[in-house]
Design a protein. Sequence first.
Length: 759
Amino acid sequence: MKQQCKPSTFRKAMLASLVPAVALTASGFSYAQPALEEIIVTAQKRAENLQDVAISVVALAGDELRDAGIDTQKMLAMVTPNVAVNANANFIAPYIRGVGTQYANPGLEPSVASYFNDVYMSRASAGFMNFHDIERVEVLKGPQGTLYGRNTTGGAIRIITKDPTDYFEAGIGMTMGNYEKRGADFYLSGPLSDNVRGRLSGQWDSHDGWVKNVAGGPDLQDRNLGFLHGKLQWDVSDRLTVNVAADYTRKRDHEGQAFTPLFSGLPEQVGAAFGGEIATGHHEFSGNFDHEFEFDAGGAQVRADYQFDNFIFSSITGYRYTKFRGFADLDGTTAPLFDSTTELERTEDYSQELQIVSDNDSRWNWVAGVFYFVERADANFGMGGLFIEADMGFPNAFIGGVGEVEVESLAPYGQLAYELTDQWEIMVGLRYTDETKKVQNNFYVSTLNDNGRPDHPYLSVIPGEKDKVSFEELSPKIQLTWRPNNNVMLYAMYQEGFKSGGFNMPHPSPNPVAQVESEILKSYEIGWKTEFNRLRFNGALFHYKLEDLQLQVTDLSAGGITSIRNAGSATVDGVEFDLTYAATDRLQLGAGLGWQDTEFGSVPNGQYFVPCAQVPQYLNKGYVPVTSTCQDLGGLGLEELVGNLKGNSLPQAPDLTGYMRAAYTQPLEHMGSMVYNIVASYSDEFSWTSDNLYKEPSKVLVNANITWTSSDEQFNVSFFGTNLTDEDHHTHKSPFGTSGGWQVPAPPRMYGVRVGVNF
């Protein structure tokens, strides 16, 4: 067991380092040069200085992310306080301020919305998109119900790619590293005519698996990903600009498939009793495995902006799709107890948004629009193994579900701000959402063929009757902003957001498809933005009330699949801040800190997975067993109990998170320059499940990057490393009654070199 930094020690060091900066901010001390660079964001549908945006938003430049070793959404928590990310199989699930969704099946969506440029990405698997050739990432914290609408109770993550340039530029890069890491990337940008510009970029990223399959077969957690993105800008006239963009991602590997055992052996990990081998190393796997994950995603966008005298009219048309298939061994041993197969999960989205945004040339500023969204998704999912065979009564038994869902959503919205005086501004916003979901779900019992995929000789189909549910929600916002001087802005707001309800599907059970109600979040927030030439200090205090919280459970009545249920109420209280300090013209420092306290209200039917030896003490407290696993398996496995979650912390919500970073530029006279970057992040212990029984220990992660750039900026060489302290940690944990459960290890220390040439 590696020694970890004690939370108390880290807190003292972090707070001590920030006290001088906070004191300087409070006193209004003004520094001389060098000054910080201005950060422009479009979080409020218009281009604005970050310091003028009265919401909690973290903007991370593409170069900054690259230097910090952050290449996908799953690593954003390293530089964003009060953010955690679950990475399981081919799915990325961000949690912001304790609000998130571990796995959103096709009948539901994540609580944190993701956007690629201006287009909504409804599927969690879309988060695997690499951060190559992007302008910035914006993390919007808190509900964004007025401007972004449904499924933004936790917040929104916006990935904005670089625009084409009006001059020619190009670059290529090659990467090599440990675990046989290989990669290549390129970009090409410039004018195609007097009024048309284009940009094309792409990346291929691969490495070998770093989880050893001790039972034979391929090593897991390898990566083989390709990404291509293109963008055209056409200045049709002095007033009209049209942007066209398209992208494609292809992934074929075993990344995310290392479902290692949650327990090291008997009696919890049941496979050992059936002669199954259990791997005990943190980066070891023992199971039956020979199938890759197959993932394809892509989309297109057309945005037209017309400049009227006092406002801009925009039309944004989007299309996105994802396709995924894969296999997982979920019992953590070589015993063939439980396997899951996603034969195909496919989603297509169409969206159309019309909006008008006023110019900032009067005391009135406003945004208004209407958003239309259509989604069609289908999935074929099921489970097999010895226990399924025993239940069904024939060999090679497989139970599965085929589901289809159609979503249609229409939402007009508006936000109006008025400057009462030169210092005071009031803002109100409202969005009305009218949404309908239709689902068709079929249950079947099948056999597995020689390729490990289900045939249907024992087909038992529930009639394909369509279930339909509708939601109508108002999402209001009211905000008061005070600017006592040009360096300080304070704001107070109340806003609501909702995550739409839906269905658990596909559902491999003869039971009716479970319906889920909408999740409502009411947010109260006080925030500040301050900047004094060399020092930027932003932060917020917040209080959340969650109603009809959508909570993940393991549905044993449906063969053990993941389902969502409404879990009553919960509260979240917290504070966070980010600080950037330009110490000299060569040295820039940064730090962030987030603290949150999360708590369930009364949830009488909360799910607990308890090891058999501990069951009596829970029964004495009034918990009620749902299964008879311990009795049926002679004291092996975990018993599912029902008890009240009241007072428990929300899953994946560490109390304290923080980071420190430093970037130093060293000129080398006629030989160019060296830039040294280092980022260290900290996360408190947190629970993976709502029963608070399965924890992730506190951890410190360190990434670093050293880059040499030639004097003419044509050549560059970067040496990079991630998780330099080789911290053992996980990206997912899940208990399971009749097998024991599984967990997914996070990457070990990885390092390498990238050589780039710019033209």
